[in-house]
Ligand binder design. Sequence first.
Ligand code: XLS
Ligand code: NI
Ligand code: NI
Length: 431
Amino acid sequence: MSDFFKDIKPLSYDPDGSDLGFRHYNPDEVFMGKRMEDHLRFAVAYWHSFAWPGGDPFGGQTFDRPWFGETMDMARLKADVAFEMFDLLNAPFFCWHDADIRPEGDTFAESLRNFEEIIDYLGTKMESSKTKLLWGTANLFGHRRFMSGAATNPDPEIFAWSAATVKACMDATHKLDGQNYVLWGGREGYETLLNTDLKRERQQAGRFLQMAVEYKHKIGFKGAILVEPKPQEPTKHQYDFDVATVYGFLKEFGLESEVQMNIEQGHAILAGHSFEHELALASSLGIFGSIDMNRNDYQSGWDTDQFPNNVPEVALAYYEVLKAGGFTTGGTNFDAKLRRQSLDPVDLVAAHAGAMDVCARGFKAAVAMLEDGTLEAMRDERYAGWESPDAKAMLEGDLASIAAQVAKDGINPQPRSGRQEILENIVNRFV
Ligand code: XLS
Ligand code: NI
Ligand code: NI
């Protein structure tokens, strides 16, 4: 036991009780035949909570954590503290990048040794904790070797290093019984077209993803492979821009039934969409997988990775998640960091507790909207015309046969109201 969290007690559902308890998140409450914990599947992100020093573009480290330092002892202490927090929060899942959990070595072999040792350490910790691995991923963006890309790098040596790293991370995720493996291509994009061969880089990225899928089958990993779209940042343009772009890419490389989406709220906004747009689109394409539940500041215009605090927005997101059938291997990962002035251990716990409560409130509203059924009934009614045999037959016909029918019927079709305000009023009864 470290004494990092000192006298902070484990959190429980306590609707009108202590400051840190959950007001709305009640893991055992059943909705639509399933416990709330099993619907929401919360995960803590190792990187923001335990590896991020609190810097911004104008200043460095603000957090003073006893485990900051590139040694194995520090990495083990970090894991101890992480699992203490998972226990305090009763968190069902966590997520990591290789670079979050192990010190970087001088060689690939040394980094790998460090990594494998820490994976075994995490495995031991998981044996005495309820917290499971939602996903593992490789950090192919932080180190300077990745500055010109990982899979899309102009230098084949970096492609090779990246492939070897993904292999190690997939092995480790499999070993810890992770539910998914994520690929986020932070450096898979460009800074200037003047030095970039788009066609070549696209081919490299496609082959790289195929290799990851092939390796998953080779080792018998049963989890899902997830790609996390983002339009830009750190690169000026990132290739996996949004769900629609990634779908086209998957189709091109024959991966659309092998790969699903990990959709992040803040990335959706950066791409000029809403979160619910990305969720609904992924669902309609059959590639919905998991979510990163972290928002941007709407004034800042970049990926500020803040904990969710807007119940109506979260409600619309979970409405789409529920309509997609809910999570299977996926979950709600808080890819969110504290503000750099939030120095204290209690800030870390309170941030997660508040986020879990915001999600619980949004989720309950989403369930109520779905069970009420008015929204879905109104949508169905809008398309009811397509249920008629004539309408269905029209899609089997051709332009000439349709034109003949229009001439014969002599009907002058009238537009109908889309009822947007009424629908929005209905949502507001629930949130
Ligand atoms: C960065 C991404 C990253 C991924 C995992 O914007 O959200 O944190 O979730 O590499
Ligand atoms: Ni992000
Ligand atoms: Ni993310």
